[in-house]
Design a protein around this ligand. Structure first.
Ligand code: GLN
Length: 576
């Protein structure tokens, strides 16, 4: 008789997690067929201050891992109680990024998509609001077996389950999880606790804690001081979390002494304390991390070395892109009319898309912000747009600056200045064309003038019944059928496209005929509804006059610029 094999400590632990009755303290729902050790985890936390590029660091590290042939998923936790980012003010919080599945999320997820060149989904984004709303729904449905629902183990249990669900579904080699904020924040304390538990449960060699800290350099002292970082890391350690890699953000390169000091205070070997000073561009971050061997440190901790392929080719492509970015090139001036002209983060994806398209056209795009609330006449528009080779009217909501935007469109149309309207900018172009070409003087959008007699832009039929403002626009990726022989077709080099939407209003179908007869071309339409998705003026009439009901900026990637942005920049260059 073979002796009964005794469980290893890890196996015993995993079995105990499965005890789900209210007689036990454990609550860790494990997805069916979940394989421990199949997916490895990287946890990125912050200390000292937030807003120093934890997202860009995470995206860059994820990219370096992906370039070695690993399937990497990046995930973000945000501590705010909003269910998603849809109702956040971009002026306070930065752009609302829209995923293909319609999730409205933090702009960091845009950085993940761009750096990883891969679409992500709702399973990669968890806010406290979403977490608690799911827990409360589950509690009401009797999902916690008579237990009092507690932060530990229930809230942490649900967080772990969310992470493992993504690991299981995506079959990722590595799931990287960035926790918003810094260690010590009440908002993220239970997220960190869940990660601590996850590390313990997954066992040695299966996860890695990274802390992104900040090294101060007070101007009165002129030298780097590591005390704030020491205290921040100590806060993390007091929560039972031992960082395994420390990334020191700073304005200038930090001296060896600072790394040594942090090493002493944190039990992290000095070669695993790396510096990441401010760089000229975000595209240098992966290269800088490579130099500091950040990816090697992580794959060593995660025992992934045997699985890795050469990342040389991908790295060379990126290096080439980054180098070209810095080379001197022709310059173009592009105006962006926007409500949030004070905060560039509100337009992050547009700025990124212009950078990608600029690089593809060997052009540097200088951005000029134009506050259209100050534009009251065509002359004002002309003055505000003087010297511009192109104009973008970006997405927006509400009435502020609308008449000024319409005047900017008119200026571009009449003076053959390249015009690119994004979402609200599409709608502004429809109104302008209706008023000034079709002579429908009262043309407007019912968003601004609800009782408008000439409602050329009106609410989408499916939006009429919806109440409240959270998550109920026409959101996410939809197909666009493209008309043959149009500017859109030649730029996409295809007769259909897939683009991301976020809108409540549309070009009112009853005006399509009159607009088309007057010369406006609707070159992109939704396949089964009369929703107009791209408008343009023929290439013989205008160097570039294109409006899109979607947001092409969300799908532009550094090495795969969005075709319409590329065409716009190319037209601006010709205007030079
Ligand atoms: N306010 C417009 C709408 O809801 C445009 C939205 C946008 O630009 N994202 O349709």
């Amino acid at each position: 008789m073979t002796p009964k094999k005794t469980d290893t400590e890890q196996e015993a632990l995993i079995k105990s997690l499965a005890k789900k009755t209210d007689e036990h303290e454990f609550y860790t729902p494990i997805p069916k067929n979940y394989q421990f050790g199949r997916t490895k985890y990287v946890f990125v936390t912050g200390s000292v201050i937030s807003g120093v590029g934890k997202g860009i660091f995470s995206a860059s590290l994820a990219k370096l891992l992906k370039d070695q042939g690993l399937h990497v998923e990046a995930m973000k936790f945000d501590g705010y109680l909003n269910v998603d980012a849809g109702t956040l003010n971009p002026y306070r919080h930065g752009e609302v990024f829209v995923l293909d599945d319609g999730t409205e999320c933090d702009m960091d997820l845009g950085t993940y998509e761009r750096f990883l060149d891969q679409d992500i989904s709702k399973d990669n984004y968890l806010t406290a609001g979403k977490l608690f709303s799911q827990i409360i729904t589950k509690e009401r449905a009797g999902g916690y077996l008579g237990r009092d629902v507690q932060f530990i183990p229930h809230v942490t249990g649900e967080i772990k389950s969310f992470i493992r669900h993504l690991a299981q579904k995506s079959e990722a080699d590595v799931v990287l999880i960035e926790v918003g904020g810094t260690a010590g924040d009440i908002e993220s304390a239970y997220f960190l606790e869940a990660l601590r538990e996850l590390q313990y449960e997954e066992g040695a060699g299966n996860s890695c804690f990274v802390n992104v800290t900040y090294i101060l350099k007070p101007s009165s002292l002129g030298e780097h001081k590591s005390k704030a970082a020491q205290l921040g890391i100590r806060t993390l350690m007091s929560m039972g979390i031992q960082p395994q890699l420390i990334v020191c953000r700073s304005t200038e390169p930090i001296p060896e002494k600072v790394r040594e000091k942090l090493s002493i205070f944190s039990n992290v070997p000095v070669d695993r304390v790396i510096g990441l000073e401010d760089l000229q561009s975000i595209y240098q971050v992966p290269l800088k991390l490579k130099e500091a061997k950040a990816d090697e440190i992580v794959t060593e901790i995660l025992q992934l070395k045997a699985k890795l392929k050469s990342q040389e080719k991908a790295l060379m492509q990126w290096e080439d892109f980054e180098k070209k970015m810095r080379e001197p090139k022709s310059e173009i001036n592009v105006a962006i009319t926007g409500k949030y002209t004070g905060l560039h983060d509100a337009y992050a994806s547009i700025l990124n898309a212009l950078e990608h398209a600029g690089e593809a056209n060997c052009a540097h795009v200088n951005i000029h912000w134009v506050d259209t609330a100050k534009i009251e006449t065509l002359k004002d528009a002309e003055n505000a747009l003087k010297g511009m080779q192109g104009v973008i009217v970006p997405g927006g909501f509400g009435s502020r600056g609308v008449e000024g935007k319409i005047l900017c469109v008119q200026h571009c149309r009449e003076n053959k200045v390249p015009y690119f309207g994004l979402c609200y900018g599409f709608q502004m172009a429809v109104i302008e064309f209706a008023r000034n070409v079709c002579n429908i003087k009262g043309a407007h959008t019912t968003e601004v003038e609800p009782d408008c007699p000439e409602d050329v832009i009106d609410i989408l039929p499916e939006q009429k019944e919806k109440e409240g403002l959270g998550g109920n626009m026409r959101l996410g990726g939809h197909k666009v059928d493209i008309k043959k022989g149009t500017v859109a077709e030649s730029l996409y080099d295809a007769t259909d496209a897939h683009e991301r939407f976020r809108h409540r209003y549309e070009c009112n179908p009853k005006y399509i005929d009159v607009l088309e007869k007057a010369g406006l071309v609707f070159s992109g339409k939704a396949p089964h509804h009369p929703i107009m998705q791209i408008l343009e003026l023929p290439a013989e009439q205008h160097p570039f006059f294109v409006g899109v009901q979607f947001h092409p900026e969300f799908t532009s990637r550094p090495l795969r610029p969005q075709p319409l942005f590329k065409g716009f920049v190319s037209a601006c260059l010709k205007k030079n």
